[in-house]
Unconditional design. Structure first.
Length: 434
């Protein structure tokens, strides 16, 4: 899965670089704002439910309850489809206030409408991928991700290249449509893969878990994770509104403020998240694995898996952090032809290790069923960042540096809280030299 994630990350990162070159920094800033709006409406169906499906499928599959596995998948797809329809309706009703009050650009109204199919398709895709991760058939889910990224890369960038130069709002619209295009082709693959699987195996006719049982278990697991996701997305969304507005209070033009946001969140952050290629593979595998081992009471294997995940995370993130610190400007000029991105990348380079460890710890704690602790830790960290952004970014003494101060305090606090939580659950000695 790590090898496949490298392929996905390479395609995705290349897509982000080429997209930013074709539509510009300001359009990337608006695109990032659109993604924040999308995540607020999508987090309910994607934050907790897929992870709950993965854990429940892993637990039932370890007991060889194949019929329950099928019922969990079926119920979860129906649940997410209904939720996505409701959320899409709410988004459409709020489209005018969002375009006028948040984007301050009524021409963005059409782009908001195109977020609706994304909500529905991704909600269904996330459940089916969670099902395959629970079965440890990561190849099927990973291939769908590759198809998603390749189709988006070819169709969207090909169209933008042919239409270049494009107007600001049109560039954002095409980038948004690209998400639907990629997810649609990924969904086709998942449906075909599921049909092939069902031809080879059959489930018993009797059912041990009914819909109420499944719903209760999903709520138990997905509830805290969804709250965590909502908090993260909402506070992240507020941050992305505050940053441009505070910068404009300092004298930035609207274009300069959104370009700064695009350089940080759409360009520099793409490199900072590079270790997630590895940690995503670790998290997706370790959550159902730890859940299964808890059922089987294989505590020794649990400790070994946790230590292994931490080691791999450090092996990847520390060299990348050094690379970004030493070669920030050459990387920014080579990839984006923008020296300002290099300045932001140099500042953010130190966060690479903590971001990667935070992601891995999140997966470990999810596998140990400590969902509430994850929620509390991230609420504390994000609240600190939000307060600092509010008070510092608009201050002439700090400016955009206020964001970086808040960002670093957030990730460091979450890292420490996660580490304390983990050590309170699993007693292990980490040999630092090893």
């Amino acid at each position: 899965m790590t090898v496949i994630n490298f392929i996905i990350a390479f395609i995705g990162f290349s897509y982000d670089v080429l997209l930013s070159n074709l539509i510009g920094a300001e359009a990337m800033g608006l695109f990032q704002m659109s993604m924040s709006v999308l995540m607020i409406f999508m987090i309910i169906t994607t934050a907790g439910v897929p992870m709950a499906v993965s854990q429940l499928v892993a637990q039932e599959n370890s007991k060889n309850h194949k019929e329950n596995v099928y019922q969990i998948l079926k119920f979860s797809i129906i649940l997410n489809f209904i939720l996505s329809i409701v959320l899409s309706f709410i988004l459409v009703c709020l489209s005018n206030p969002i375009s006028e009050k948040i984007f301050k650009n009524r021409n963005m109204l059409q782009s908001i409408y195109f977020l609706v199919p994304i909500i529905i398709i991704i909600s269904i895709n996330s459940v089916i991928r969670g099902y395959y991760y629970g079965l440890k058939k990561v190849g099927v889910a990973s291939v769908s991700e590759i198809i998603n990224n390749v189709s988006r890369f070819l169709i969207v960038l090909g169209f933008l290249h042919y239409s270049y130069p494009v107007e600001l709002e049109f560039g954002v619209l095409v980038a948004i449509c690209g998400i639907s295009i990629g997810e649609f082709f990924g969904l086709i693959w998942l449906i075909l893969a599921y049909k092939r699987q069902n031809k080879k195996s059959s489930y018993p006719c009797y059912i041990q878990l009914n819909s109420i049982d499944i719903l209760n278990q999903i709520i138990k697991i997905a509830g805290p994770l969804t709250i965590t996701g909502l908090i993260n997305v909402f506070l992240g969304f507020v941050n992305k509104i505050l940053i441009p507005n505070k910068l404009m209070d300092l004298g930035y033009s609207n274009s300069e403020a959104y370009a700064t946001l695009g350089r940080i969140t759409g360009m520099a952050m793409s490199l900072i998240f590079m270790p997630f290629v590895i940690t995503s593979a670790l998290v997706i595998n370790i959550v159902p694995s730890l859940s299964e081992q808890m059922v089987l009471k294989n505590y020794r294997n649990m400790k070994a898996d946790i230590l292994f995940a931490i080691k791999i995370t450090l092996i990847i993130s520390i060299p990348l952090s050094i690379l970004y610190r030493l070669f920030s400007e050459p990387l920014a000029v080579f990839l984006y032809n923008d020296k300002k991105v290099g300045e932001y990348l140099r500042i953010l380079s130190y966060s690479t290790v903590f971001m990667a460890l935070q992601h891995t710890f999140s997966g470990i704690l999810q596998g140990l069923n400590k969902h509430t602790a994850i929620t509390i830790n991230r609420l504390i960290g994000m609240s600190i960042q939000l307060l600092l952004v509010y008070f510092l970014v608009g201050n002439p003494k700090f400016g955009i540096n206020g964001f970086f101060i808040g960002f670093y305090l957030r990730i460091f606090v979450i890292f420490l809280l996660d580490l304390v939580t983990l050590r309170s659950i699993v007693k292990f000695r980490f040999r630092h030299i090893n």
